[in-house]
Ligand binder design. Sequence first.
Ligand code: FAD
Ligand code: NAI
Length: 463
Amino acid sequence: MPESFDVIVIGAGPGGYVCAIRAAQLGMKVACVEKRGTLGGTCLNVGCIPSKALLHSSEHFEEAKHKLADHGVEVGSVALNLQRMMERKGEVVTANVKGIEFLFKKNKVTWLKGEGRIVSPGKVEVAGTTYDTKNIVIATGSESTPLPGVEVDEKRVVTSTGALELDKVPGHLVVIGGGVIGLELGSVWRRLGAEVTVVEFLDRLVPGMDAEIGKQFERILGKQGIKFRLKSKVTGAKTDASGVTLTVEPVAGGKAEEIKADVVLLAIGRRAYTGNLGLAEAGVALDERGRVKTDGHFATNVPGIWAIGDVIAGAMLAHKAEEEGVALAEHLAGQKPHINYDAIPGVVYTWPEVASIGKTEEELKAAGVAYKVGKFPFTANGRARAMGDTDGFVKILADKQTDRVLGAHILGPDAGTLIAEIAIAMEFGASAEDIARTCHAHPSLNEAVKEAALAVDGRALHM
Ligand code: FAD
Ligand code: NAI
């Protein structure tokens, strides 16, 4: 008789592996099915971690080449060793995925190696063996969305996975999609010497983010050398020995143009991945975008089958998947967890970084909420000046009547770290005044957050 479990999680990404560990901590007998040779999912293997390794390494290269001299640090000629940069990225990934294996052993989570298929509620088949379980958690994540007419070969026309593995710096990289992947990986290859053109369907970059931030972000990335073709769509790609020829058309109609690229990165979003899972046979309902439909407690329409992470609705972010993994495990243990979806930060790890939490100004306007705005530029922050990183600003949005913080948007150095302060403030239901009255160390970048909070009430001190 094969072993039986309280919970079988299918997929060992940040949603699945965290859910498995938390369920085991709460005393359940847990298995996690993963078909990839390593644990950690998209995030650790081909997503967050390798992209951040390359972003960090390429930023060092750019600093050595263009920024250190201004600080009085002369390094002479600077050369790129792309092979070593890639090796290092591989080492970072390996250390992280091995870490999850260690955590599974420590928490007595069984890794069932292979592709998992739901045979029926309570039964999961992996590599020819069917296991009984009280609960099944679908945490199978997402995959790159294809574009008709643009065939991916992961060599010349790549998704993010191929863009993390290029063996030489392309002369011209064309990115289709001015979202998070396009701008992060576009930045990596621009810093390493590629000419980068981003073709974006809409009239602005990172469309989900606060429009004012998006506009300034576009200007800064433009100054860094990335070219943008907004309101444009790619309608075809022809690959030959010399590269890829893309057909690009204005969205509003008009003359099509051809652009030559050495490599094309397709990054127009990701879609839920449910291939070979047996969902139709098990009767699990999907929504109109192919995502597993769930209720407020991650239950699907089939009792005993649950789903979390990228495969369900909501932001496709590792930390959102993790929160859902924890909340579901606690719910299965009879606890009453809660996720505040209004306080999930989103960060673009370019330099400067962009970080966002809560409502944008456009969302507040659309909802008819009366709000106040406080803004503070990094040019007026002493630490940013000392660093030589003065691009960008902090923007805090607070309720006009109650002063409660409704959202914050930061473009600037280390914005991804700075936003954590606002996340905590929002979780505690803080007002802008609460942040403004909190003592912030000097000289720190966080003082820009304090000053933006003061500016909500029109009393910034250094502006
Ligand atoms: P995934 O991480 O996709 O994991 C799902 C796992 O399930 C996979 O390992 C897959 O092999 C496995 N699987 C699927 N079907 C089966 C099956 N039938 N049987 C067994 N196993 C199966 N998010 C951030 O928050 N910050 C970032 O900086 C960030 N950077 C990113 C950079 C890139 C290039 C990409 C592509 C994504 C990035 N993301 C980032 C998004 C983040 O990776 C995802 O939101 C996150 O991985 C989702 O977690 P998940 O557990 O839902 O799914
Ligand atoms: P995205 O949704 O961020 O951006 C896709 C962009 O492509 C949008 O601006 C969209 O308007 C545009 N687009 C769509 N169709 C197009 C077309 N036919 N032609 C031109 N442009 C088109 O998706 P992306 O960048 O692929 O990332 C996928 C997911 O991965 C995101 O949802 C994000 O949450 C996650 N991710 C998160 C990161 C982070 O948190 N730092 C880093 C990388 C990815």
